[in-house]
Design a binder for this molecule. Structure first.
Ligand SMILES: [Mg+2]
Length: 305
């Protein structure tokens, strides 16, 4: 394992000796960050380089472990970070208090190294599994590209980024033409295969990490292109439109083309302070509707910059 993908553990204890013992114990397997009081612990937990798990001493002057835990749980950034209390307190009541307040586990002083290591390993396994599930929740099961939820998370972030930097942002809405007729005549399994192929063309057309192609629902897809002007965005989606037509997916029940086609509506604007990211979807959708009315298999773009 490289040092980059090692799990990060924040160890919080007011006694230097305890920090040293735990640090020595964990340093070979993990990236260890130390804090000697509650204030420092919160600073490190809320930094740009946050820990995957926190070992937190209960008894500390000024801010005790319970208070630190409470603040961590209240904050969006750390509410899911597992916290293991390390404590000399060994009464059942103290253990219950800690667990009720949201600690995942307890480790008692004096430390028994194999147990400390095993517990941390188990909790990190849970962290990894949770991240995996969160990842799956953001992808569309059929097409395996990002889903609408993923788009909604990205568009807010990219909207704010372009707003701060006065940069254009482009959004395309893609809709498969005459898809109902396709499904009705070829069946839903064939419909699913066609959607996967269209999704493949769309997602392979985008290259930059900030771009996002997502299945918006049914036979609709969105393509988010931050820092892209109308000319560039239009060029990219026109290429997608052509490539889908060139797949030559037979569609004998389409009144407009012997093959399956798509219509695309798009918009480019510079985010203002008075509008929100929803204007992107509304405008792109309106343009897509115009493309449909104009005969389908077309791109209609609105440049609002
Ligand atoms: Mg202490």
């Amino acid at each position: 394992m490289t040092s980059e993908n090692r799990a990060k553990i924040l160890v919080v204890d007011d006694e230097r000796m305890n920090l040293n013992i735990l640090s020595d114990l964990l340093i070979d397997d993990y990236k260890v960050i130390l804090a000697k009081n509650g204030t420092q612990a919160l600073e490190r937990a809320w930094s740009d380089n946050p820990p995957d798990i926190i070992l937190l001493d209960v008894m500390m002057p000024e801010m005790d472990g319970y208070t630190v835990l409470h603040k961590l749980k209240e904050d969006e950034r750390t509410k899911n970070t597992p916290v293991i209390f390390i404590t000399a307190l060994d009464s059942i009541e103290d253990e219950a208090t800690g667990l009720e307040k949201g600690a995942m586990d307890y480790i008692r002083k004096p430390f028994h190294p194999p147990i400390v290591k095993a517990r941390i390993r188990n909790h990190l396994t849970l962290v990894r599994q949770r991240h995996l599930l969160e990842g799956l929740a953001n992808y569309d099961a059929l097409t395996e590209i990002p889903n609408r939820r993923n788009y909604e998370l990205s568009v807010d972030r990219e909207w704010r980024r372009c707003q701060r930097a006065f940069l254009p942002i482009s959004l395309a809405m893609v809709d498969v033409d005459c898809f109902k007729q396709y499904n009705d005549n070829y069946g839903h399994t064939a419909g699913d295969v066609a959607l996967k192929k269209v999704a493949g063309i769309i997602s392979s057309a985008i290259n930059r990490p900030c771009d996002l192609a997502a299945r918006y629902g049914g036979e609709e897809f969105v393509i988010l292109l931050p820092e892209t002007d109308a000319y560039g965005a239009r060029y990219l989606v026109e290429d997608i439109r052509k490539k889908v037509e060139q797949l030559e997916i037979k569609h004998e029940f389409s009144p407009i083309n012997p093959f399956l086609t798509i219509s695309i509506g798009g918009v480019t604007l510079i985010p203002g302070v008075t509008n929100s990211a929803e204007v992107l979807i509304e405008s792109a959708d309106a343009m897509m509707y115009q493309a449909k009315r104009g005969g389908k298999n077309a791109v209609i773009w609105e440049d609002m910059t």
